[in-house]
Design a protein around this ligand. Structure first.
Ligand code: ZN
Length: 55
């Protein structure tokens, strides 16, 4: 990889047990912002905000 990127997890923020619904994504290593994306959660059975969580 030429550009420095690191992998991180996006976990559903609506689940009672956090971390069940996970998506892997990656972002630039020095990015300071927190990732949050609307993804389909099969446990909530709807689209929910997934927020970044460290590995
Ligand atoms: Zn969920």
């Amino acid at each position: 990889m030429k550009t420095k990127e690191r992998y991180c997890f996006l976990v559903c923020s609506g689940c009672p047990t956090p971390g069940r619904s996970r998506y892997t994504t990656h972002k630039r290593a020095k990015a300071s912002y927190k990732l949050s994306k609307s993804k389909y959660c099969r446990f909530c059975r709807k689209h929910a905000i997934h927020v970044e969580k460290k590995l």
